[in-house]
Design a binder for this molecule. Structure first.
Ligand SMILES: NC(=O)c1ccc[n+]([C@@H]2O[C@H](COP(=O)([O-])OP(=O)(O)OC[C@H]3O[C@@H](n4cnc5c(N)ncnc54)[C@H](O)[C@@H]3O)[C@@H](O)[C@H]2O)c1
Length: 354
């Protein structure tokens, strides 16, 4: 390994759910990782401890904010690549405080890009964008109820949403992430940086501290484990394509490892057709898995909620040979095992004894 290869990969938001799984994968293959995270997300301190306990000196954690350009520059200077995941992640919080959402997601991303452009321009930058940049996508008249899920009536959508779908930022979160998405893409064109945009659908798996506001699969499972009533916004027939975090991490690493091929590209990343599931179907799965019925109440749709979103993953698969490996059933089991060990009755007993 030459000196350059030995520099760490910088992961902003590396204590978060996806970031810490990425850091773990990189460290597992012997790479050094520099995490920059302000620990804003509840629970993520535990992810930091988990990474340090597993990988020791391979992991360095800088507690800093992407809104502050100085620590961002310091971190970018020493990195061989940048995986930018730090973000305000909840649509609901973006609606209640759009200015903070903009500062973190849009301005914070510009800080990362400027640090790379001015101080380390050969470093690849991979950005965590979102399917929310496509907006609502289909009208009510274009969906039909089939069993316990919505399906689009147009055959054109049979393979899911591709990168060619028109952008239609919806919700302040959609706008701030969409702004960042376009800046990251444009920095490849205007400044020749090696950037890639990953527009992700619903990612789930271990180390996800899901809440009602973000991380719905973990939140649903946790509600079952803790016998809490679940609020479903909308009617529960809305469809998402779920992707296990190990598959998401594999896609990110494939992009990083083949940056010469991926640079300048935008990829949609999700579970695809075979991992599409409605909220009601997920609840059925959870009941089967845990043996616990979930009590639900229904509330109005939330701003920007998509009635149907399934990723067309063909661009990523064709470019990098990537495909999801983990089925929903298998993936749910892995998340349930982690959540149960962390929040279940046995953990409660251990905490009570301590
Ligand atoms: N989880 C998903 O399904 C999903 C889907 C689409 C896009 N994304 C994007 O992927 C990224 C990671 O999502 P996640 O699910 O791991 O979320 P997460 O909340 O678990 O991780 C985000 C991390 O960023 C950190 N952070 C927040 N504000 C920061 C700031 N100002 N400065 C530095 N660090 C800050 C948080 O402490 C947290 O550790 C985000 O950019 C999110 O928008 C996630």
């Amino acid at each position: 390994m030459n000196e350059r290869d030995n520099r760490p990969v910088l992961i902003t938001g590396g204590c978060g759910f996806i970031g810490c799984n990425l850091a773990d994968r990189l460290a597992e293959r012997g790479e050094r990782v520099l995490v920059l995270d302000n620990l804003a997300r509840s629970g993520v301190r535990e992810n930091a401890q988990w990474l340090k306990s597993r990988h020791g000196d391979l992991i360095t954690i800088a507690v800093a904010d992407v809104r502050d350009p100085i620590p961002v520059i310091d971190a970018v200077r020493e990195a061989r690549a940048v995986l930018h995941l730090a973000a305000q992640v909840a649509v609901t919080d973006s609606v209640s405080d759009p200015a903070a959402d903009f500062e973190i997601n849009a301005r914070g991303t510009l800080n990362v890009l400027e640090a790379v452009r001015l101080h380390n321009s050969s470093a690849p930058v991979v950005f965590a964008s979102t399917n929310k940049v496509y907006g609502r996508l289909i009208e009510d008249s274009e969906i039909a109820l089939t069993g316990r899920r919505y399906t689009p009536t147009s055959a054109l959508l049979a393979d899911g949403i591709s990168e060619n779908a028109p952008l239609d930022f919806y919700s302040p979160y959609g706008c701030s992430k969409g702004t960042a998405d376009q800046y990251v893409h444009d920095y490849a064109r205007v400044y020749g940086l090696q950037t890639v945009v990953m527009r992700m659908s619903c990612i789930y798996g271990p180390r996800q501290f899901g809440t009602e506001d973000q991380g719905w699969i973990a939140h649903f499972l946790l509600s079952a484990i803790q016998s809490k009533t679940l609020t479903i916004y909308g009617d529960g027939y809305q469809v998402r394509d779920a992707l296990h975090v190990s598959d998401a991490a594999a896609a990110w690493l494939a992009v990083l490892d083949r940056i010469a091929l991926a640079r300048g590209r935008v990829y949609n990343l999700g579970g695809g057709r075979s991992n599409a599931i409605s909220l009601r179907e997920l609840i059925d799965h959870i009941t089967e898995l845990t043996g616990q019925e979930i009590t639900c109440r229904f509330a109005d749709w939330r701003p920007g909620d998509q009635p149907w979103y399934v990723t067309d993953t063909r661009a990523l698969s064709a470019a990098l040979g990537w495909a999801p490996q983990v089925s929903i059933t298998e993936g749910l089991r892995s998340l349930h095992t982690w959540l149960d060990s962390r929040f279940g009755a046995a953990q409660g007993n251990r905490e009570a004894l301590a």
